[in-house]
Design a protein around this ligand. Structure first.
Ligand code: MRU
Length: 358
C-alpha cells in the first residue's frame, strides 16, 4: 500500500500539512494548517486524531507558534499562551500534554540562547517526537505479533493504525506487519459509533493493505465472540493510568467485559508516551464530552432522533485494569502488577536510549 503521510511540515517549514481524516474514505485530502487556531480546530474536529498523532501535531504546532512569535518582546509569555491554547484542543489523550511538556522543557532550557538557536532546538524536538513514535510503532508491532498465531482472527475497535500514529500504528501494527510477512491474520472491525473511525478508517487502512477485514456494528461484538470467531481483542489507548486502568474510545470497556466473559485475551496497545504515571487510576482521567449532534444526525441522511432529545456523548471510557490481559508497549507486553511493570518499562527505555546514544 502507498503510505499516506498523515502529518508533516510544509517545505517552507511555516505550516503543517495533515491528511484530513474526516474526509476518509471518500476523499484523500491534504489540508494546510497555517495558524494555531486552525490547528486547534483540526484536532477538535478529528481532522487529525489518534493519541500519538495528536501529540506529534501539537509538537509541530508549538514549533510553528515559536516561529511566528520569535521576534516579539514577550516571546516566553506568548509561548505559555500558545501552549494553553493547543492543550485546550482535546482532554483525554495524554500524548497531547506529554508532547507539549517536552517542547516547553526545551524552550525553558534554551531560553538564554539566541532566538534562531531556540527555534532549531524546538524543531529538532518535534522531529524527535515524531521519529520516536515511528520506532515505538515498530517495536509495538513486533511484540503484538508475537501474541498471534498464523490464521488468527482479531477484533478491533476505533482506529489505532498508521493514520492515528506515524507508521504501522499500535493495535493495527501487528496485523500490518503480519501481512508484510505473508501471514494470514483476519480482523473484525467495530464500526465505532458515533464517529465511525472503525468503518471509515480501520476498514480503509486494512483493505488498502490487503488484510481480510469484516465490518460489524459495535453491538455485534458479543455475537461474534460467542460464535467463537475471535482469538484476541487488540485496541489502542488514549491514556493508561499508573494502576493500569486505560482510557480508549467509547465502547472499549464493554468489549473488555465481553472478552472476559468469553475467555478471550484482551490487549491494549500504547507507546509509553500514552502511559501517564501522574494519574494514579482511571477515575482521574478526564473524559471528553462531545457534541450531541454527532449522535443524532452526523453521517445520517436525515436526523435519526427527535429534535431536542437529551443526548449523552462521552468520547472515551476507561477499561478497568483487572480486565486487561496486557498493555503492549515498545518495551514489551506489560501485565499486572501494572504500576511496578510500567516503572520497569520506563527504566528499560531510558537505558536503551542511553546505550543507543553512546
Ligand atoms: O477520538 P479519536 O478518534 O481520537 O480516538 C482514538 C482512539 O480511541 C484510539 O484508539 C487511540 O487514540 C489510540 S491510537 C493509536
Amino acid at each position: 500500500m502507498e503510505r499516506l503521510e498523515n502529518i508533516r511540515l510544509s517545505e517552507g517549514g511555516d505550516s503543517l500539512i495533515i491528511l484530513d481524516q474526516t474526509k476518509l474514505p471518500g476523499e484523500v485530502c491534504f489540508t494546510e494548517l497555517k495558524s494555531r487556531e486552525e490547528l486547534v480546530e483540526a484536532i477538535r474536529k478529528l481532522r487529525v486524531r489518534g493519541a500519538p498523532a495528536i501529540g506529534i501535531a501539537a509538537a509541530y504546532g508549538y514549533y510553528l507558534c515559536a516561529r511566528e512569535d520569535m521576534d516579539k518582546e514577550d516571546f516566553l509569555s506568548r509561548m505559555d499562551d500558545a501552549e494553553r491554547l493547543l492543550a485546550s484542543s482535546r482532554p483525554t489523550a495524554v500524548n497531547l500534554f506529554w508532547a507539549l511538556s517536552r517542547m516547553r522543557a526545551v524552550l525553558r532550557r534554551s531560553a538564554f540562547r539566541p532566538r534562531g538557536e531556540i527555534l532549531q532546538l524546538l524543531l529538532n524536538e518535534a522531529y524527535a517526537i515524531h521519529e520516536e513514535d515511528i520506532s515505538a510503532n515498530l517495536n509495538i508491532s513486533e511484540y503484538g505479533l508475537s501474541l498471534l498465531k498464523d490464521g488468527a482472527c482479531v477484533l478491533t475497535h476505533c482506529n489505532a493504525g498508521p493514520l492515528a500514529t506515524s507508521r504501522y500504528g499500535t493495535a493495527l501494527g501487528p496485523i500490518l506487519l503480519a501481512k508484510e510477512r505473508g501471514m494470514n491474520i483476519s480482523v473484525f472491525a467495530d464500526e465505532t459509533r458515533p464517529l465511525l473511525q472503525g468503518a471509515r478508517l480501520t476498514a480503509f487502512e486494512l483493505m488498502n493493505a490487503g488484510v481480510d477485514v469484516t465490518l460489524i456494528c459495535d453491538n455485534m461484538a458479543g455475537q461474534v465472540m460467542k460464535e467463537g470467531k475471535i482469538d484476541a481483542v487488540f485496541i489502542g489507548c488514549d491514556r493508561a493510568a499508573a494502576n493500569g486502568d486505560a482510557a480508549n474510545k467509547i465502547g472499549s470497556s464493554s468489549l473488555a467485559v465481553l472478552a472476559k466473559h468469553y475467555g478471550i485475551p484482551f490487549y491494549m496497545f500504547a507507546p509509553l508516551s500514552t502511559v501517564d504515571m501522574d494519574t494514579p487510576c482511571g477515575d482521574m482521567i478526564r473524559i471528553e464530552q462531545r457534541d450531541p449532534t454527532e449522535v443524532t444526525e452526523l453521517y445520517f441522511a436525515e436526523r435519526m432522533a427527535p429534535a431536542g432529545v437529551k443526548v449523552y456523548n462521552p468520547a472515551f471510557d476507561v477499561v478497568d485494569h483487572e480486565l486487561i490481559t496486557g498493555i503492549v508497549t515498545e518495551e514489551g507486553v506489560i501485565t499486572a502488577p501494572f504500576e511496578e511493570n510500567f516503572k520497569a518499562a520506563f527504566d528499560k527505555k531510558k537505558q536503551r536510549t542511553v546505550t543507543n546514544n553512546a
